[in-house]
Structures are given as C-alpha cells and as structure tokens.
Design a protein around this ligand. Structure first.
Ligand code: R5P
Length: 294
C-alpha cells in the first residue's frame, strides 16, 4: 500500500487527450479483453454511437413495490423500443420480461438490505454466476459502498463477482452507492469510480457532478450516469446532455423515466441525446412534440 504521508494532489487529467489504449474496440479500456467480453459489451454499447440507454427497474431489490413500478409486466415492455439494456433483478426479469424482447440484460446480483434498515451498505451476492449465465446476462451489477460501513464487504462482493465473471467472460457493472451522509463531490466520485475500475469492473455506474470530465478521464472504463430522484423532464434531459457532453457513455435512469407521465416519450428523448447527439433543448422540443397536447 502506498505511503499516505506527503501525498500530492492529483490534477493532471489530460482531459483533452483521448484514452491511450483504445485501438479498434469501441468500449473504453476494453480493447485487451477477449471475444466473449467484447460481444457482451457490444450488446450493451452500440458499436455506432459507442453509447447506451439503460433502463433501471431494480429498485424492488431493497424498496419493494416502488411508485411507477407497481406492475413491471406492464411498465417495462412498453419501454422496449426506446432502451438498449434492461437493468433488473432475476425475479423481475424471469417473471415479467418476455425472453424474446431482444434487449441486453444487466442483472443485479448484490442484495441484502431493505429500506427498513438505517444502514443499507451491507450486502451479499444473492445471484451466483451460474444463474447469471442461465439468464444470459450481458453484465452483472454489484452495488459498491466506498466510504460506508459496508465498504469491506461490498469490495469483497465486487471482487468475488469479478473473479467468477472473468471465468465466463461476463462483464461486471460496478454501481457507486451514495448514502445519505456521503458527499456527492467529484473528489468522492473520482475515488469511488477509480477503486471500482481498478478492482476490475468493466463498466461503472455513478452520478453526475461538477468536474465530471475529470471523473471520466481518471476512470479507465466507461461510465454510465445514474438518474436519481425524479426531476422535471427538462432538468432530467439537461442532466443527460451534460453527462454525455462530459464523456459518459450512457445513462442508466430509472425514476426519471418510469415516474414520468410520458415515460416512453421521455425514454425516446433521452435516446436522442445518447445516440443522436441531440442537445438538451432539442431533446426537450422532441419530447414536447411527442406528447403533443397531452
Ligand atoms: C442504483 O444504484 C440502483 O441500481 C437503483 O436501484 C436504481 O438503479 C436507481 O435508479 P434511479 O435512481 O435512476 O431511479
């Protein structure tokens, strides 16, 4: 472990320079991976735009029935045309998602707390690699609690999952958790995303923040930005636009899609930003046109 005395402040991020080991493959930091990993990652990240629209509906794993997700069987299939990846639990996917949906699967495999707990940071790996492969998951998602009480066990969960997933060329999506007492600063997100990437995750889900470009530059694998609590549509589209402008390779939104009054139109507006280079203003116009007078 490096000596902490006399640490210098990291500041040389070269944010104007492209990533150094990109070569032919379109997913950042994944050029050296094998065919199976690259195939899964290509199912997630569109080879043309390089980006992805993930739809998160895994909230039930600790929140139970969530406003807007009361009927997964009705809500999720409606959004298929607008999203690339479905991020959910195995129970939700097996019971409510038709296997011929043609969508990539990001399978949540960590669990162990509920909203009745004060401390959500202690989890276990609830889904083993064998069942993840049976689900044909394109990646498995592990919540990671850097700086929280459960840090050690969540890094253990993450590492064990990466060790198991690497045997079968399944990418791991490391999810940065933010507890109610944790800072949402670029300092924290640089620390958390970098630790998770260095553990070996192939994709990181984190939050947008000031100096987001530096968070992206310091993270050697692609970042997808989490949505968070429901915002007015205009603000959510600005968040999506700033994230992509800042170097995110996609959005992984839940409530900002499924709690929107016009969830499909909202998902399509986000898609325009992610895959077609729309600005937030253009996407908002598109959204308003799509909902018409409704
Ligand atoms: C995020 O860390 C978890 O995967 C959540 O359950 C979910 O993805 C949150 O989505 P959103 O905050 O966009 O509703």
């Amino acid at each position: 472990m490096a000596d902490k005395d006399g640490l210098k402040v990291a500041k040389d991020y070269h944010i104007d320079e492209d990533f150094g080991n990109q070569k032919a493959f379109h997913v950042k930091g994944c050029n050296n991976l094998d065919w199976g990993m690259k195939k899964h990652l290509s199912n997630i990240f569109d080879p043309k735009s390089g980006n992805t629209v993930m739809f998160a509906f895994d909230h039930g794993y600790f929140m139970g029935s969530t406003a807007g997700l009361e009927r997964l069987d009705l809500v999720v299939p409606k959004l298929f045309p607008a999203v690339d990846v479905l991020m959910g639990t195995r129970g939700a996917i097996r019971s409510c998602i038709p296997p011929n949906c043609g969508k990539s699967i990001a399978l949540r495999v960590s669990s162990g707390s509920s909203m009745l707990n004060d401390d959500l940071s202690h989890e276990v790996i609830a889904v083993d690699m064998e069942d993840s492969i049976r689900m044909n998951a394109d990646c498995v998602a592990v919540q990671t609690f850097i700086g929280a009480d459960g840090q050690l066990s969540s890094i253990d969960n993450l590492s064990r999952t990466i060790n198991a997933a690497n045997r079968y060329s399944v990418p791991v999506l490391g999810v940065v958790a933010v507890g109610k007492d944790m800072e949402r600063t670029d300092r924290f997100f640089k620390l958390a995303t970098r630790i998770i990437a260095e553990m070996g995750a192939s994709i990181i889900k984190t939050y947008y923040c000031d100096n987001f470009e530096e968070v992206v530059a310091a993270c050697p694998v692609p970042i997808v930005v989490a949505g968070g609590k429901k915002l007015p549509e205009e603000e959510a589209l600005t968040l999506a636009y700033r994230s992509i402008q800042g170097g995110a390779k996609g959005l992984d939104m839940g409530r900002n899609i499924f709690q929107s009054e016009h969830s499909l139109e909202m998902a399509f507006a986000i898609r325009k930003i992610v895959h077609e280079g729309f600005t937030d203003k253009e996407a908002l116009e598109f959204y308003k046109d799509s909902i018409g007078g409704r």
